[in-house]
Design a protein around this ligand. Structure first.
Ligand code: OS5
Length: 231
């Protein structure tokens, strides 16, 4: 079975490439895809570049061109919930686009006709994550993740996103990956380790913790892959 692992930034997939060791690099549609044999699974690994458009392209390519049957996203996020601190892990139960706004027509934020405000992630992969967390003795929170084409570094915007979507964390790619996987019936899992609090210090915190938080998330996702290989 082919399993896709994706991130948005090089730092988010570097620990995964390091762990798989050998891989074949293929360029497709302006991006690199890294294919590896790992414990009997075919892995295809990529970073999309930042934001909803690039992540949509990469997720669709992983599923349609490389034939991924499951997709795991690993990366970092800004915290909304005060329970989430730098380095903490959050798994998305559902995702929404916080910057999608046709409210002028009476629709709720995050909604377009024939779409839905929230896309739910795969319950089986999420429960597998809880098994992994237990074995790693690592706390794992679940919650709503809000996505938009904006690095949020503003308390008011962060609070608005939290209140409007009931979101616990925010980032720039998860919901677009969710829309693609949902449309293509590919079970998906979105994991993020907190790098900042989406406040006025966010860019400094992000720069300081991107690498260490990305390593946390990647290590967890590779333990999920190990579990999938055993099944
Ligand atoms: O992928 C983007 C979303 N990520 C999650 C995240 C987040 N999203 C929104 N608001 C927050 N407060 C968030 N905290 C964590 C992280 C990432 C954020 S955008 C960071 C851009 C940083 C950067 N800009 N230039 N470079 C890095 C250097 C560079 C140069 C050339 C090629 C690649 C990188």
């Amino acid at each position: 079975m082919t399993i896709a692992i994706m991130g948005a930034m090089p730092e988010e997939i570097a620990p995964i490439l390091e762990k798989v060791g050998e891989y074949k690099t293929t360029s497709y549609a302006g991006n690199n895809y890294y294919e590896a044999q790992y414990k009997g699974l075919n892995l295809v690994i990529a970073y999309s570049k930042i934001g909803k458009v690039f992540s949509t392209l990469t997720a669709a390519t992983l599923c349609e061109h490389f034939g991924a049957k499951k997709l795991l996203f690993s990366g970092v996020a800004g915290a909304i919930s005060s329970d989430l601190k730098v380095g903490d892990l959050i798994v998305a139960t559902k995702l929404a686009q916080h910057d999608l706004d046709i409210t002028a027509f009476g629709h709720p934020f995050g909604y377009v006709p024939e779409g839905a405000v929230f896309v739910e992630s795969d319950k089986e992969l999420n429960s597998l994550a809880y098994e992994v967390a237990k074995e790693m003795q690592k706390p794992l929170q679940e919650g709503v993740i809000a996505t938009g084409d904006q690095f949020v570094a503003d308390e008011a915007r962060k609070n608005w996103i939290g209140n409007t979507f009931g979101a616990d964390a925010l980032e720039m790619e998860g919901a677009s990956v969710a829309v693609v996987c949902d449309a293509l019936n590919v079970p998906f899992f979105i994991l993020r380790a907190i790098s900042d609090a989406a406040d006025m210090d966010a860019s400094f915190s992000f720069d300081e913790f991107l690498e260490t938080s990305a390593v946390q998330s990647a290590a967890f996702v590779m333990n999920m892959v190990d579990k999938l290989a055993q099944k």
